[in-house]
Design a protein around this ligand. Sequence first.
Ligand SMILES: Cc1cc2nc3c(=O)[nH]c(=O)nc-3n(C[C@H](O)[C@H](O)[C@H](O)COP(=O)(O)OP(=O)(O)OC[C@H]3O[C@@H](n4cnc5c(N)ncnc54)[C@H](O)[C@@H]3O)c2cc1C
Ligand SMILES: NC(=O)c1ccc[n+]([C@@H]2O[C@H](COP(=O)([O-])OP(=O)(O)OC[C@H]3O[C@@H](n4cnc5c(N)ncnc54)[C@H](O)[C@@H]3O)[C@@H](O)[C@H]2O)c1
Length: 479
Amino acid sequence: MQMTDEYDLIVLGGGPVGENVADRAVQGGLTAVIVESELVGGECSYWACMPSKALLRSGQALRAARRVPGAAEAVTGELDVPAVLKRRDEFTSDWDDSGQVDWLSSAHIDLVRGHGRISGERRVTVTDADGGERTLTARHAVAVSTGSDAVVPGIPGLQEAAPWTSREATSAQEVPESLIVVGGGVVAVEMATAFASLGSRVTMLARSGVLGAFEPFAGELVTEGLRELGVDVRTGVSPARVDRDAAGVTVRVSRDDADDDELLADEILVATGRSPRSDDIGLETIGLEPGSWIGTDDSLRVPGTDWLYAVGDVNGRAPLTHQGKYQARAAGDAIAARAQGGPVEDRAWGRHAATADRASVPQVVFSDPEVASIGLTEAAAQQAGRRVRAVDVEFSSVAGASLHGDGASGRARIVVDEDRRVLLGATFVGPEVAELVHAATVAVVGEVPIQRLWHAVPSYPTVSEVWLRLLEAYGRDSA
Ligand SMILES: Cc1cc2nc3c(=O)[nH]c(=O)nc-3n(C[C@H](O)[C@H](O)[C@H](O)COP(=O)(O)OP(=O)(O)OC[C@H]3O[C@@H](n4cnc5c(N)ncnc54)[C@H](O)[C@@H]3O)c2cc1C
Ligand SMILES: NC(=O)c1ccc[n+]([C@@H]2O[C@H](COP(=O)([O-])OP(=O)(O)OC[C@H]3O[C@@H](n4cnc5c(N)ncnc54)[C@H](O)[C@@H]3O)[C@@H](O)[C@H]2O)c1
């Protein structure tokens, strides 16, 4: 039997982003329903951010202790792998979403389980696990927050070899003796770090280098760190053919500068980017291209419509959980404001605009050394036509960093807009620099003048004193 339900807002996809769109709209006085086909909480909670960071954290803590004499002597063993995997399972609640479902009901958001497809303007048809259909109607808006999937490139034999993607890597119940990682981006780096720490022999095939989207020194220092962990990092190479048999996975590797090579491993992980989960959500019923990233304006509304929003990974603006949730706050509030005929502040930096997506996105790569960045790299700023100066300092010049752990190494860079004397970007690469980036985010988003930053005094002796070293390297006007 077909049932029809009416809500102010229908959210397609209950990941971190969809949950927040619905929550903001409900807090703004609307009714909302989330349609979810797998687990409420999405990729981030079960197969991405949380399990990957849980897999990484124990190795990081162990290495941090080994850098401090006194503590180092007390650490005599290696990682307890079953304990690491158990802690990871706790963070994913054993892939059970009842905690998140309880949160939805406490936030007065309805949940319909099943695969949702847009079936016309302001309409979503949901097919449940038994094939039953239910059509929901939105009085005001539909928000698509269906996320993204791992891309598996068309390398001969790869699909048939059933490779791991980030899903299998983050939910692995056993650690393979050997692992080939294809890719040199964030997933490849983090998973190579995690599995090397857990005892796998890891080979990384990074066709176009490591962490190419960051400042060049980030890729260089992270490559050194991976090699210290025992990872065989090969750049300028990519798989030409993959085969799996009882012995494992064989990868024929072609090199830019030498003959082909053959590698054998227990598993292969493909970490070669993401594609939008928009191929089977009914976009064709409203004249949009299935399988495409869904473009939006800064209030996350799809141009040419007054009811359709695309929020989070699926719009391709900044595929990170924190940035998707930021978009969700803007979109949920904008949907509520428009529904009630209230003012919509969608100008740059207004309440209903995701302005920071354009050039103020922070990101942390939980490698060893960690990489923490915000805003534009020097090259990206130059490409954008800005007149910039970049200054670098080494962490070895920071007393707090040396106290934190012996052999403190790493580098920080700020990119300064020479016309406006404000920061456009900052990058920190070093042990445990993740918490340094938020100060830089405030400086970039707040467009704090360099001269005022001299008055933001970092405490002595903390790692944050790197800020003072950076300002000294940039120089201070004498008059
Ligand atoms: C290995 C890995 C590690 C990561 N680590 C980090 C990190 O440390 N920090 C960070 O900021 N970002 C990280 N990311 C990125 C982060 O996971 C994504 O940016 C985030 O999950 C996007 O949230 P979302 O809600 O847009 O999509 P998702 O989390 O993918 O959620 C989408 C939801 O929609 C549902 N859905 C899809 N289609 C339908 C449909 N037709 N009907 C009903 N439901 C549907 C899905 O089942 C899913 O629950 C990581 C990504 C990966 C792969
Ligand atoms: N800590 C974090 O914030 C975090 C962690 C993991 C993932 N993420 C997000 O998840 C998304 C996906 O990450 P990712 O690492 O999969 O993508 P990515 O775009 O960061 O990296 C893709 C890598 O694959 C390589 N590649 C692409 N096609 C290839 C091919 N055919 N053969 C060989 N190599 C190929 C690219 O050169 C690149 O090195 C990113 O947007 C990232 O920001 C974030």
